[in-house]
Design a protein around this ligand. Structure first.
Ligand code: ZN
Ligand code: ZN
Length: 240
């Protein structure tokens, strides 16, 4: 039954109509990197294995980041946010933001390992939802601080590393706080990653890849009841 529903869907990644092949072809799962043979695929090369189709968000974030070779945290976040288990809003975004930053840094510099990615996810997942409104600190900003803290191996007793991680959070938080409207985990994700990419450049000297502002358009407005629409600079402006 569920299988039937899935077959009527378009590509989870790009929305293109899926192709059904009479002979299986080699495919690679976009989320976990597993190589297998399949009769269904996207003409643009995307494929999502059965396990990833059914996985929960934290598992998807973990599998995706551990198998990714991307140096573009925004592109990674966009792909993860297209997965159906990622809610419009929710604390999963905190783990995701920390994870894509550490993953991109790992893939660019080789200075951290999968262990740091897992640690960033573990810490990010401990920050509860609703933090932005209830505690006065958007956890998307905390997630950028978690990424720096993990990369620099900061602790409460370190000097430079601890300050640098806190400064990252404050930069991202100031950028997020200047946006109007109700909370939006997508907007906070884009803004936090923008701040982080700039801060990584200044402080760590790393040039993470990014999507230019003019091309960074939100794909989630239509499912967000409290979307700020034209007040949001990521609004695509389409009546979907
Ligand atoms: Zn596709
Ligand atoms: Zn998979």
């Amino acid at each position: 039954m569920e299988e039937c529903n899935k077959k009527t869907e378009n590509c989870m990644i790009c929305g293109e109509e899926l192709e059904y092949l009479t002979m299986a072809i080699p495919v690679t799962c976009t989320y976990c990197g597993k190589a297998e043979a399949a009769n269904i695929h996207c003409p643009s090369g995307h494929y999502v294995c059965n396990e990833c189709h059914a996985s929960d968000s934290i598992k998807i974030i973990t599998q995706f980041c551990l198998s990714s070779s991307s140096k573009n945290p925004m592109e990674m976040a966009k792909t993860i946010m297209r997965h159906p288990t990622m809610p419009m809003h929710g604390p999963e975004h905190h783990a995701m933001i920390a994870a894509v930053l550490v993953t991109a840094y790992k893939n660019l510099t080789g200075k951290v390992t999968d262990n740091e990615i897992k640690e960033a996810i573990r810490r990010g997942a401990t920050v509860p939802g609703g933090y932005c409104g209830l505690y006065g600190t958007d956890a998307a900003a905390i997630a950028t601080g978690i990424a720096i803290s993990t990369i620099l191996k900061a602790s409460p007793l370190t000097d430079y590393e601890r300050r640098t991680a806190n400064m990252m959070t404050s930069r991202a938080l100031a950028a997020i706080a200047s946006n109007r409207g109700a909370r939006c985990c997508k907007r906070s994700t884009y803004v936090a990653l923008e701040s982080a990419i700039q801060y990584f450049r200044e402080v760590l000297g790393t040039e993470l890849e990014y999507i230019p502002v003019s091309k960074l358009k939100c794909e989630h407005s239509s499912r967000n009841k409290t979307c700020s629409r034209t007040d949001c600079r990521f609004y695509a402006g389409k009546a979907l």
